[in-house]
Each structure stands twice: as C-alpha cells, then as structure tokens.
Design a protein around this ligand. Structure first.
Ligand SMILES: Nc1ncnc2c1ncn2[C@@H]1O[C@H](COP(=O)(O)OP(=O)(O)OP(=O)(O)O)[C@@H](O)[C@H]1O
Ligand SMILES: N[C@@H](CCO)C(=O)O
Length: 309
C-alpha cells in the first residue's frame, strides 16, 4: 500500500480588504495528514486529534473533497486517511481548507499527479461548501499554490499567484469559536458605492504593493470598510490589538478569514515579536484563553513526503 504524509498549512483569507479573493499561506501552524491508497473501495477517516470532528466521509471536508476528485477517476480506488489536526476548527486560520486541500494534494501525488493545481482547488472547494455553505477558494488556493494568491474569479476559476516582499506575521487566536457560516450570515448583502470605491482602491493598492515590494503601499492599503466593521464586533479586544500593533510599527492587519483570529503583517521580526507581546497583554486582561504565533509566509504550500514501507 503506497502512502504519503502531507503538511497542510494554516492560511489567512481576505487579507483585510480582499473578501473572498485574497489569501496567504503560513509556515505555522499546519495539519499533518497521512493518506494511503488501497484496492479496498471507499474512504476511511481517522482523526488523531482532540477536535471530535466527524469521520463519516460525507460529513468531513476532507472526505467530501476526495469524493469530488474520485468522481473524475475511472478506477475504483479506496483511501485510508489519518488526520492530525493542529489548526483548530472555527479559528479563522483555514482549518477546513487545510483538510480539504491537503487530502486532494496527497491523493493527486499517489495517483501520479494527473490533476492540475486548478483541478485540485475545484475539488477542495466542495469541502469549503460543506464547512461554510458556499464555495470559496481564498483559503484553499494559497495552500495549494503556496504564497499569496488572488482569486480573480471562481466560476470559471482564475487564480493568480502574487509575489511579495519578505514579511513576518503575528497572529493571535482567542479561543472562541466563530463559524464561517455564521460570520457570513451577519454580513450586509448590499454595499454603498462610496465604500466599494474605497475597497477596490485598497485591493488594487495591496496587490500592487505586494508586486512592487512597496511596504508603504501595502500598509496604506490594509483597510477594510465593508466586512471588518461588522465582523469585528464578534471579537473582543479587536480594536485595541489593531491600534496598538500599528502604533508599534506593524504594517497593518485585521481579521484572519472570518475570525476570531487577528493577524498583523510586519516588515521586521522584532516588530512582529513586539506585536505578539501586545496581543498577549491584551488577552491576558480579557481572561480569555488564546494562542499566538509569529511566523512567515509559506511560499511552498502543502508539503508532500513519500512514506517508505
Ligand atoms: N476535516 C475538517 N477540518 C476542519 N473542520 C471540519 C472538518 N470536517 C468538517 N469540519 C467542519 O467545518 C467547520 C469548520 O470550518 P470553518 O470554516 O467554520 O472554520 P475554519 O476553517 O477554521 O475558518 P476559516 O475558513 O474562517 O479560516 C466546523 O463546523 C467543522 O466541524
Ligand atoms: N472569505 C471567507 C473566508 C472564510 O474562511 C470569509 O471571510 O467568509
């Protein structure tokens, strides 16, 4: 039986102004998944973690993504999957996307890389639909392509890999659960033209800032006038973290995905460490449990290791 082990990274969707269209992959944390291919048909899932997630394939985002891929295979293979989750579900750090993207990358490897990266995103979006009610690719794509990606369109898929200057990312994950489906439900369905103009100026500015290695432009563009004012109300300490981090020299930041995690981009490691301290001080005062990370952008994406038996 052949098997591979993948490291599926956490991802930050939206990158403040780019709701559903921008995302980046992180070096830490990541899930570890072992996938084996066998001649016994069906998908068998085991979770070696504390999150009590469903193991029935149709109820697990990894199972659903793999089933989507299997519909396009002629042969009737079976798969055994063991998931060791380190990215807490409902964290805003792309926990569901790590499972959805990780499993299709692993399966593709075992099948001889017959599918393109774009195909893999298409399969993994079925997992995101299960988790959040809609197909979105802003967490999945950076996992599969690595680095920072722009989803110009979902139907049809048009994914653009962006380059960016080196940056450090400070993240705080307050231990409250915000389900993506709930965080989408509370959003207004219509946008004022004046807000839309500000928002698309910022998205264009952020993409240009990444591509031109222009930290000043990145910093000025990290502003969200549409989603953040609504969702930030679900996150205790949000305004304080953001203001004090920017005062300490962070380029800017905001809600990671649909929250509750908050991230800050920094040019220097020292600044990211200062921001982490600010995050800790603020959450120590709230009495909430939390976890922090200081990490960098993962340009490689999901890492595949072949297991030798
Ligand atoms: N393998 C899996 N990994 C993670 N979540 C799963 C998995 N299978 C099913 N789920 C369900 O998906 C939901 C978690 O997805 P959700 O999108 O809310 O969180 P997230 O991925 O951490 O957040 P975000 O997408 O904002 O970064 C939970 O309801 C969880 O039970
Ligand atoms: N773009 C999605 C990401 C969720 O992980 C949202 O913000 O709802």
């Amino acid at each position: 039986m052949s098997s591979v082990t993948v490291h599926a990274p956490a991802t930050i969707a939206n990158l403040v102004c780019g709701f559903d269209v921008l995302g980046l992959a992180l070096n830490d944390p990541y899930d570890v998944m072992k996938l084996s291919i066998s001649e016994t048909p069906g998908i068998r899932i085991q979770h070696n973690d504390v999150y009590n997630l469903p193991t029935i394939p149709e109820q697990n985002v990894a199972g659903v993504s793999l089933l989507e891929m299997m519909q396009e295979l002629d042969s009737h293979y079976g798969f055994d999957l063991v998931i060791e989750k380190h990215i807490k579900p409902g964290s805003g750090l792309g926990s569901s996307a790590a499972s959805a993207a990780g499993v299709v990358v692993a399966a593709n490897h075992l099948l001889g890389n017959i599918f393109s990266k774009e195909d893999l995103v298409r399969f993994a979006m079925a997992g995101e639909k299960l988790a959040s009610g809609v197909k979105h690719a802003d967490n999945i794509s950076p996992g599969i392509y690595g680095g920072i990606t722009l989803i110009r369109s979902i139907f049809p898929l048009d994914i653009v890999s962006l380059t960016a200057p080196p940056m450090y990312v400070a993240v705080v994950h307050p231990q409250i659960e915000v389900k993506t489906s709930d965080a989408r439900e509370i959003l207004r369905k219509e946008v004022l033209l004046k807000d839309a103009i500000k928002q698309w100026g910022n998205i264009a500015g952020l993409v240009a800032g990444f591509m031109k290695n222009d930290y000043g432009l990145i910093s000025r563009s990290l502003e969200d006038v549409i989603i953040e004012p609504v969702r930030s109300m679900l996150i205790p300490g949000f305004d304080d973290v953001k203001k004090k981090s920017v005062d300490a020299g962070a380029l800017g930041g905001g809600i990671s995905g649909s929250g509750p995690s908050i991230f800050m981009l920094c040019e220097e490691k020292n600044t990211a460490l200062k921001v982490e301290k600010i995050m800790k001080d603020i959450y120590d005062n709230t009495g909430l449990k939390y976890h922090t990370y200081v990490t960098t952008i993962n340009n490689e994406g999901i890492k595949v290791e072949v297991n030798n038996h």
